[in-house]
Design a protein around this ligand. Structure first.
Ligand code: PEP
Ligand code: MG
Length: 574
């Protein structure tokens, strides 16, 4: 355990401050639940763990027994060693103490003890003993599998929040699918070694409204379970075991931040109009249907981006048409007539379906999003029917991700027509007119935008991917994060070009990438002529405050003057 204060610098991925205890999640640990149990449940939790240990022990003995005669002798010996580890008090006793004393659930107690043992073995001078740390890890993973296999443990990773301390997730990386499991748990912050500020991990943390710092490189190496952490989501800094003076300093910052949040609620019902009278549209990005309510509460005028793929992740099966219809219709009903922009499945790249490995050598350039859907017409049709049926309850718009070619637009429009015919045949209702738009997130479409602006009803600029593809920077890779530059003149010219083409064609253009919710870029986007923003609900009031203070036409003149510069635009000049 680091007992002197350590400071690690990463990328600020989600705003705010958190102070709490570290829960270090290994890859296996992410597959299981971490939560505090009620004290009166300690004995039954101990029994659950003991039972899993016994079952894993018997399994190893059975395996050793049933080895074919020609198996290497070492294999049998290894299985015997594994079986022995499972009856050693370091695994049968110590985790039970953690359950009784700290009220950890069985999985957490086991992984916490596993980490301690792993470190003890790794520190041994004898090479043979050092290698035993991997045996410990192996048997623990087996016991975790036994625990997870029990029917009552099929629930996602969750934290009951019964403990006194806030808990902070520390992980090497958290895949978007694992973030889905972490969602709903009462973790106070997320910190990871990997990830860029617009990685989907960061985006999900933002949607949960908890601070996150990513790209820390060594946090898993330095932080241990139970360490006190300060997460500074404003500066992108994590402090491990801070001194009392630093804790006091951060308590003040936390209070100041909370007071600022509270004061922002005063402008919740103020229309977002610039000083020179330009009315700006503010909509919300959501990943899950339940978020529609908080979008509305934050004053969103609609849903500018519903990332439907999150309904598909982290499950063995695919959501069928009925399940999707129920999810989309619930958002549409919550938004009560306001527009709801449902993006068709954007799977691939870092967002994969369960059991599907990325086969592409470079998934970001592979069969992602609309390419994936057009290659699976049945699956696409069921999503389109579900969306169309939801349109019977309000104002729905369909948004197509990763469009690069006009033939993709035509294929999608044909698929929508065919879905309409399916519904006609069934006698099911849908709205007479439904707007269809495209994400502008591949430079090709931004450069050759005019026919797309003419054909489609609206455009939505996905700056996260547009920056990634324009600058050839993996948005999730911290080693190139410093080159991921939203202010690069090429990026700004593509945005400006798209906004201008939309204006000429009389079609609304929004930005729904993370730039829209970054309050430091609000003046720049206004200066580029943007009038429709879509962002996480948590960012909306900050952006609105900036809009209320801005003079749009003056910003347009200043931004136009700097668009042809060779260097990234200097925000201080705006
Ligand atoms: C984007 O690319 O900017 C976007 C909004 O889509 P996603 O972040 O889901 O790729
Ligand atoms: Mg995108």
């Amino acid at each position: 355990m680091a007992d002197t204060m350590l400071t690690l610098h990463g990328l600020a991925a989600s705003r705010g401050y958190a102070v709490g205890r570290a829960v270090v999640l290994g890859a296996a640990a992410l597959e299981v639940s971490h939560y505090r149990i009620a004290p009166e449940d300690a004995e039954s939790e101990c029994a659950r763990l003991s039972d899993a240990l016994t079952r894993a022990h018997e399994e190893f003995l059975r395996l050793a027994d049933q080895l074919p005669p020609d198996s290497p002798r070492e294999l049998g010996a290894l299985l015997q060693v594994h079986a022995m580890l499972l009856v050693d008090p370091m695994l049968t006793q110590e985790p039970l103490d953690l359950i009784r004393q700290k009220h950890y659930n069985a999985e957490w107690a086991l992984t916490a003890q596993g980490q301690i043992l792993g470190e003890q073995f790794a520190a041994m001078s004898d090479e043979y003993l050092r290698e035993r740390s991997s045996d410990v890890r192996h048997v623990i993973e087996r016991v975790l599998q036994v625990l997870v296999g029990a029917p009552e443990m099929s629930t996602p990773l969750a934290c009951s929040g019964q403990g006194d301390d806030a808990l902070i997730v520390v992980a090497h990386d958290i895949a978007p699918a694992d973030m889905v499991k972490l969602r709903g748990a009462q973790f106070a912050a997320f910190v990871t070694d990997l990830g860029g500020a617009t990685s989907h991990t960061a985006i999900v943390a933002r949607s949960m409204g908890v601070p996150a710092v990513v790209g820390l490189n060594h946090i898993c190496q330095f932080a241990n379970d139970g360490d006190i952490l300060i997460v500074d989501g404003e500066a992108g800094v994590v402090l491990i075991n801070p001194s009392p003076a630093v804790l006091i300093e951060y308590a003040e910052r936390q209070a100041g931040y909370a007071a600022d949040r509270a004061s922002l609620t005063l402008i919740k019902d103020t229309p977002p109009v610039t000083l020179d009278g330009i009315r700006i549209g503010l909509q919300a990005n959501i990943e899950w249907p339940e978020e529609a309510a908080s979008a509305l509460a934050a004053g969103a005028e609609g849903i500018g981006l519903f990332r439907s793929e999150f309904l598909f992740m982290n499950r063995a099966d695919l959501p069928d048409e009925e399940e999707q219809y129920a999810a989309y219709a619930s958002v549409v009903r919550t938004m009560a007539g306001r527009p709801v922009t449902i993006r068709t499945l954007d799977i691939g790249s870092d967002k994969t379906l369960d059991g599907e490995q990325a086969v592409s050598t470079n998934p970001a350039l592979g069969e992602r999003a609309v390419r994936y859907c057009l290659a699976r017409p049945d699956m696409f049709a069921s999503q389109l029917r579900a969306i169309l049926r939801a349109s019977a309850h309000g104002h729905v718009r369909i948004l197509l991700p990763m469009i690069a070619h006009m033939h993709e637009v035509h294929a999608c429009l044909a698929a929508i027509d065919s879905a309409r015919r399916d519904l006609d045949a069934r006698g099911q209702a849908y709205a007479a007119h439904i707007e269809v738009g495209a994400m502008v997130e591949i430079p090709a479409i931004a450069i050759a935008i005019e026919p797309f602006a003419d054909t489609l009803d609206f455009l939505s600029i996905g700056t996260n991917d547009l920056i990634q593809y324009t600058l050839a920077i993996d948005r999730a890779d911290p080693s190139v994060a410093r080159l991921y530059d939203p202010l690069h003149p090429a990026v700004l010219r593509l945005i400006a070009h798209t906004i201008n083409a939309g204006a000429r064609a009389g079609k609304p253009v929004s930005v729904c990438g993370e730039m829209a919710g970054d309050v430091t870029l609000t003046r720049l986007l206004l200066g580029l002529g943007l009038t429709h923003f879509s962002m996480h609900a948590q960012q909306m009031l900050d952006v609105k405050r900036e809009i209320l203070r801005a003079h749009s036409n003056a910003l347009r003149t200043r931004v136009a003057a700097s668009l042809n510069r060779a260097e990234s635009i200097d925000l201080a000049l705006l």
